[in-house]
Design a protein around this ligand. Structure first.
Ligand code: FAD
Ligand code: SIN
Length: 535
């Protein structure tokens, strides 16, 4: 088993991890690890764009108010202010790294700003409808050109290493991480005074999700097993409009399409969202997704429609070239016909409790981007605020780390060999696959957009059984990537359910029909278990 040393270990090569890596490379050696290809991350798939106050007639206060209002009383105003006010500086940094945001035709000094749900103004910078691809390609190119940054692909983080876990006395602190080197199935140890979790989201915990396969909640599960508090895990955002087609794999139809006038209609042509909110299709996502869910259930319809056929074909093909082409491939010309859509799991508003600069409750361990709960999103994220958070918190984290990293020395600490079972199980692969599917189906069926006490209790029993099974596999057999991810997926599923059970009200993204009232006092749901987790 190899041990490798680095000054800064960053797990995750999405916008948060890349931003931190590029800044920290001025201070020492950075090892930037990702579990698949370096460009495979939620960031890559971002369409709508990144929200930021760039229009002189807009104001920080308005963006802050929109964020707080969408957050349903659970946001932390100081975090909201810090992240929103930090936006313009990060946009300038992104542009300096080569990112091109669209400008208005014939007005090269003005950004072409998009409109999305919950925003009282146009304030979303975008690169066509492939903003994420533009971000990740440009930042990855910068990182790969930087001699102080090593990018390691296909290394799957298994667990962070803490001094308490290896039996050292003194305050528990993080000193590195174990990884599975997937292509050769070997365990690697990285020792570092700084471990940054930038591992993104957890959409794969649900059967239907807009997220790519890497989004299995690994960072939340690892932090929780290390004994860190996680909070508001029940606040899972369902994106209202994913393409409904057997081969489309929950392909997202950006909210920016609604920003350009698309309507949501049921199969009878009724624009139902106005029955739920006066903002119609541009209400925040919790309201829109619930409205769609309600209409689908009421009529027994498998989908609703998004309709932008009143806009010119030329406009649609210029503003949404990728979306237009993708829909056309599936037989829907957006300029001529409504497109069938359904909600799908999209974003985790809760996560590892962290400050805006990524500091967590443990020295040496940081959390940034979607894995973290900074207080920005509260009970529901305002559209396009997550890329903003990833960039601002990535930069703030680098700044904080550069000042304190030498206070967490790791020299001389010997990290023990990874212990795992030796046997290879003949039926492991099939059981693991079955359990993967079961976790995702249980979460979709019982812990979705509308919840109840009975369904949550049933889900918890099922997930617990799966976790017990996974724990025994984990003890007895050689670990595989699928097993490691299943262990995380099941742990995160249980955390979502436990938080949902703690919340005796309905707020933001969490709606429980047995507790449909909203309490006067907004409180976080927090889980902190002993290191090792609850099994
Ligand atoms: P990610 O970009 O998800 O990166 C996670 C990284 O962690 C990956 O490199 C992955 O390989 C790595 N990783 C994970 N687990 C491990 C492990 N165990 N070991 C090693 N590496 C690991 N937000 C907006 O603000 N605007 C948008 O327009 C927008 N559109 C979206 C569209 C889609 C389809 C999706 C899915 C999301 C969208 N979002 C949008 C949300 C936004 O893209 C994400 O929240 C944000 O990109 C998260 O960035 P991140 O750096 O935290 O994580
Ligand atoms: C979208 O383009 O609709 C996604 C925006 C987001 O998730 O913030």
């Amino acid at each position: 088993m190899q041990t490798r040393d680095t000054d800064f270990l960053i797990i995750g090569s999405g916008l948060a991890g890349l931003t931190a890596a590029l800044r920290l490379s001025a201070h020492g050696q950075v090892l930037l690890v990702c579990k698949g290809a370096s460009d495979e991350a939620n960031t890559r798939y971002a369409q709508g764009g990144i929200s930021c106050v760039m229009d002189p007639t807009d104001s920080m206060d308005e963006h802050i108010q929109d964020t707080l209002q969408t957050g349903g009383g659970l946001s932390d105003e100081s975090a909201v202010r810090a992240i929103i006010e930090g936006g313009p500086e990060q946009i300038a940094e992104l542009e300096a790294a080569g990112v091109r945001f669209e400008h208005r035709e014939n007005r090269p000094n003005e950004y072409d700003l998009g409109q999305e749900g919950g925003h009282s103004r146009r304030r979303v910078l975008h690169a066509g409808d492939i903003t994420g691809k533009e971000l990740i390609e440009k930042l990855l190119a910068s990182a790969k050109a930087e001699s102080n940054i090593t990018v390691a692909e296909n290394w799957l983080a298994i667990d962070v290493v803490t001094t308490g876990w290896i039996g050292l006395s003194g305050e528990n602190r993080c000193i590195g991480c174990y990884f599975l080197d997937k292509p050769v199935s070997e365990i690697l140890t990285v020792r570092s005074p700084v471990t940054v979790l930038a591992t993104g989201g957890l959409g794969k915990v649900y059967l239907y999700t807009s997220n790519p396969d890497v989004a299995t909640g690994d960072g939340v599960a690892m932090a929780w097993r290390a004994g860190l508090p996680v909070r508001d895990m029940e606040m899972v955002q369902f994106h209202p409009t994913c393409l409904y087609h057997p081969s489309a794999g929950s392909f997202l139809i950006s909210e920016a399409v609604r920003g350009e006038g698309a309507r949501l209609i049921d199969r009878r042509g009724h624009e139902f969202v106005y029955d739920f909110d006066e903002r119609g299709a541009l209400a925040p996502r919790d309201i829109t997704a619930r409205a769609i869910d309600s209409v689908m259930k009421r009529h027994g319809d498998p989908f609703v429609y998004i309709d932008i056929s009143h806009r010119e074909s030329d406009f649609l093909q210029t503003r949404f070239p990728t979306l237009y082409g993708m829909c056309l491939n599936f037989g829907f010309d957006m300029a001529l016909t409504p497109v069938p859509v359904v909600p799908a799991a999209h974003y985790s508003c809760g996560g590892v409790v962290a400050e805006v600069n990524g500091c967590t409750a443990m020295d040496g361990l940081y959390a940034i981007g979607e894995v973290a709960s900074t207080g920005l999103h509260g009970a529901n994220r305002l559209a396009s605020n997550s890329l903003l958070e990833a960039a601002v918190c990535g930069a703030r984290c680098a700044e904080a780390v550069s000042k304190v990293w030498k206070n967490n020395p790791v020299e001389g600490i010997s990290i023990p060999r990874w212990e795992c079972g030796e046997a290879v199980s003949s039926d492991e692969a099939v059981v693991v696959e079955h359990d993967w599917n079961e976790v995702r189906s249980v979460m979709w069926d019982y812990v979705g957009i509308v919840r109840s006490d009975r369904r949550l209790a049933r889900a918890r029993r099922r997930i617990r059984t799966i976790r017990e099974e996974v724990a025994s596999y984990y003890r007895d057999y050689l670990v595989t990537a699928d097993l490691i991810e299943l262990r995380n997926l099941a742990a995160v599923a249980e955390l979502i359910i436990r938080c949902a059970q703690q919340r005796k009200e309905s707020r933001g993204l969490h709606y429980n029909e047995d507790w449909s009232q909203k309490n006067t006092q907004a409180e976080h749901t927090i889980i902190q278990d002993k290191p090792g987790g609850s099994l």
